[in-house]
Write a protein that binds this ligand. Structure first.
Ligand code: HMG
Length: 445
């Protein structure tokens, strides 16, 4: 069967930066180490006054279409994944199409448009929808444009405030893709959880510590489901393992648990057993608490083995390079983890065409999904055209007072009017309000 997957990717960050160690920590009277070492985050990206989920999505999509030489007639569906939508009826994809139609002669009138919602996992669900649409034979030789875009803000002084971020990832899904193909095998871990939600409110209600436990539990369930479907999870099988990354510290916790799970019964477990013993098995314990304590001790010892550390440095750590600098992009987060890994491979000259990645997506509420991807022979040509490193370097560095103002600008309940900190350059910008309360956009040369 024809391979289907990601043919092109473009990433767009919000143009403002909040430095967590230099600016946020002193203003909050916190030790910078809590953010840089504890959470693994250095900065958050935030949108300037004229940016929002639509401009970031449209700008990423425009660059991607230009690069791939596409016009609207080449696109059969536009799906936007977001949890920052400002309209309960009209999907963000219609606003994005409206923007793009300003710069192309053709229109998207025969493209199916929608919006996907399930917290951060909806970006991956939209990829799935595109995969199924193409495999079902309904694409008429057109590609799908999938965009994950979010302005991930928390209420001021919420513990989540340090994990904020804003940006968009546009992905072109097609047959015979240039970057990666998707596996048919996939695993789900899904349950009705109340850990992070926004019941008709802009900023999330979060039970932070519980959300971390739910992330780990659902991810483990998804891994087991993937294995049950025949997915191979031997840790040496993968070039990279991009995870949903609310902050890098979360991924560090997930990685060691995942490694412990995946080495069970393998040559690696035997190898490390010489130093730290074999993994505790539940049947060897009468008391569950004792078993869990033994598992905790084993996991701690495992995290210190050379075998684990080398694996983590090679397959997981590179996927955190972008996240550390931009924060949580919710729906886009796992997709920038994929890009970060591939950028590192490009910079280091690693030969990974034909190798596999294991991708772990997650959304609160809660659901995890695991699937594998195979790197295609043109992956490097695509990734080397990305400008995300330059975009990150060129962000405007906010003072704390400016940060407070910009948080208010994007707060739906606050009335704030301030000058932008950056100047638009050949891009879509937010341009005020229409007569029915819709947001309006224009392309600035
Ligand atoms: P907190 O209370 O601000 O931080 O909450 P903390 O006191 O727990 O410290 C964080 C870590 O820093 C701890 O490490 C500390 O020990 C360490 P840990 O014990 O966990 O290993 N630490 C330090 N390390 C070095 N030097 C220091 C220092 N001080 C402390 N000086 C929390 C943190 C993540 C709970 C908060 O930021 C939060 O609520 N975030 C939002 C929720 C979230 O991101 N959850 C993640 C899982 S759920 C998810 O991923 C879904 C999501 O993306 C939404 C969606 O799906 O739509 C959020």
């Amino acid at each position: 069967m024809t391979e289907v997957g990601i043919d092109g990717i473009e990433v767009r960050t919000g143009k403002l930066k909040l430095d967590l160690a230099e600016t946020f920590a002193p203003a909050q009277d916190e030790d910078p180490g809590k953010f840089t070492k504890g959470l693994g985050l250095y900065a958050s990206s935030l949108p300037d006054v004229y940016e929002d989920i639509v401009t970031m999505a449209a700008n990423a999509s425009h660059t991607l279409m230009e690069r791939k030489g596409l016009t609207p007639e080449d696109i059969g569906r536009i799906d936007v994944a977001t949890e920052s939508a400002f309209d309960h009826s009209k999907p963000v994809s219609t606003y994005v199409a409206g923007c793009l139609e300003q710069v192309y002669d053709e229109d998207f009138h025969h493209a199916n448009k929608g919006e996907r919602k399930f917290a951060c996992i909806s970006g991956t669900q939209a990829l799935d929808d595109a995969f199924n649409w193409i495999r079902a034979g309904r694409a008429r030789d057109r590609a799908a444009l999938v965009i994950a875009t979010d302005t991930a803000l928390y209420a001021r002084d919420d513990p989540g405030e340090s994990t904020q971020g804003a940006g968009a990832v546009a992905m072109l899904i097609d047959e015979n893709p240039d970057v990666v193909s998707f596996s048919v095998e996939q695993g789900y871990g899904s349950a009705d959880e109340t850990d992070f939600l926004k019941p008709n409110q802009q900023f999330p209600s979060v039970d932070g510590k519980r959300s971390m436990q739910v992330y780990l539990a659902r991810m483990r369930e998804a891994l087991e489901d993937f294995e049950a479907m025949g997915g191979n999870t031997h840790p040496e099988n993968f070039a990279f393992i991009p995870f949903h990354t609310p902050f890098p510290g979360m991924v560090e916790k997930a990685a060691v648990l995942g490694y412990r799970h995946c080495i069970r019964g393998t040559d690696i477990e035997e190898e490390v057993a010489e130093k730290i013993g074999r993994q505790p098995r539940p049947e060897a314990f009468d008391d569950e608490e004792e078993y869990l304590e033994a598992v905790k001790d084993y996991t701690e010892s495992l995290s210190e083995t050379t075998s684990y550390q080398e694996w983590y440095q090679r397959t997981v750590e590179p996927t955190l390079d972008i996240s550390r600098e931009v924060g949580n992009w919710y729906t886009g987060s796992v997709h920038i983890a994929r890009v970060a890994g591939l950028k590192r491979a490009l910079d280091e000259g690693w030969e990974i065409a034909g190798d596999q990645m294991l991708v772990g997506s997650y959304g609160s509420g809660a659901q995890a999904e695991i699937h594998a991807e195979t790197l295609q022979s043109n992956w490097a040509e695509e990734i080397e055209q990305l400008t995300i490193t330059e975009q990150i370097e060129n962000r405007y560095d906010l003072s704390f007072d400016e940060y407070e103002e910009i948080h208010d600008v994007h707060n739906h309940d606050a009335e704030t009017d301030i000058e932008p900190r950056t100047t638009p350059d050949a891009e879509f910008v937010f341009d005020g309000w229409g007569r029915m309360g819709e947001r309006k956009y224009t392309y600035v040369e």
